[in-house]
Design a binder for this molecule. Structure first.
Ligand code: SF4
Ligand code: FES
Length: 232
């Protein structure tokens, strides 16, 4: 048996969040997400959480698990090496219910950096090609699944609601560094200003939280270099 302490909060009913304890019959290789299903199916059907792919691809199930932002589907109970597992919603995001947070601000910032290829030249008949070396420059950033774990862990985003945040800035650099993109000036303008890349304090909280081992700080440093007129 593993004890799960889960933070519950229904803004329509509760005055403040509180923890509720559940005993889960943990099976070998069981993930935290599977434990949440066990709770809903056997102990308490009112628990709310978000998921979709169950395979660390969709980014829906990011939550705080034993003091760290993680994907519930990617986190096996056995790897936590703990008799009690504490689960709460991603910090610094408004809670809709229990473990479900409101990601609207996160995605509004993502949209601000124009997360798509900009190239006004006529598209070639087949495709815009890229060399292996050119593609390698953006390999890491392309792996982002927009889970919000980095954003939630960022203390600058927590204190400056307008700060673009690590995920949006990583996406901005992903396109700035893409050999097929032709909007370098426009992209740098989008990440300039007091709430842009220069606001980052280089704390690396984002990198520590990322379940895909992306280092947003790297992209942000490259953007800072671009803003100071260096090639990035
Ligand atoms: S950079 Fe990592 S932590 Fe941040 S949104 Fe992308 S996958 Fe999630
Ligand atoms: S359910 Fe899709 S990332 Fe966990």
């Amino acid at each position: 048996m593993v004890t799960f302490k889960i933070e519950r909060f229904d803004p329509d009913v509760d005055k403040a969040p509180y923890f509720k304890t559940y005993e889960v019959m943990a099976e070998k290789e069981m993930s935290v997400l599977e434990a949440l299903f066990y709770i809903v199916e056997n102990l308490d059907g009112s628990l709310a959480f978000r998921y979709s792919c169950r395979g660390a691809v969709c980014g829906s199930c990011a939550m705080r698990i034993n003091g760290k932002n993680r994907l519930a589907c990617q986190t096996l109970i056995k790897t936590l090496r703990a008799k009690t597992i504490t689960v709460s919603a991603l910090p610094h995001l408004p809670v809709i219910k229990d473990l479900v947070v409101d990601m609207d601000h996160f995605f509004a910032k993502y949209e601000k950096v124009k997360p798509y290829l900009i190239n006004p030249s006529p598209a070639p008949a087949k495709e815009r090609t890229q060399s292996v070396k050119e593609r390698a420059r953006i390999d890491e950033m392309i792996n982002c699944i927009l889970c919000g774990a980095c954003y939630s862990a960022c203390t600058v985003a927590a204190t400056d609601p307008q700060f673009l945040g690590p995920a949006a800035l990583t996406k901005a650099y992903r396109f700035l560094a893409d050999s097929r993109d032709a909007a370098r000036g426009e992209r740098l303008k989008l990440v300039d200003g007091e709430h842009g890349a220069l606001r980052c304090h280089t704390l690396f909280n984002c990198a520590e939280a990322c379940p895909k081992y992306i280092v947003p700080t790297y992209s942000i440093q490259k953007l800072k270099g671009g803003l100071y007129g260096k090639q990035s």
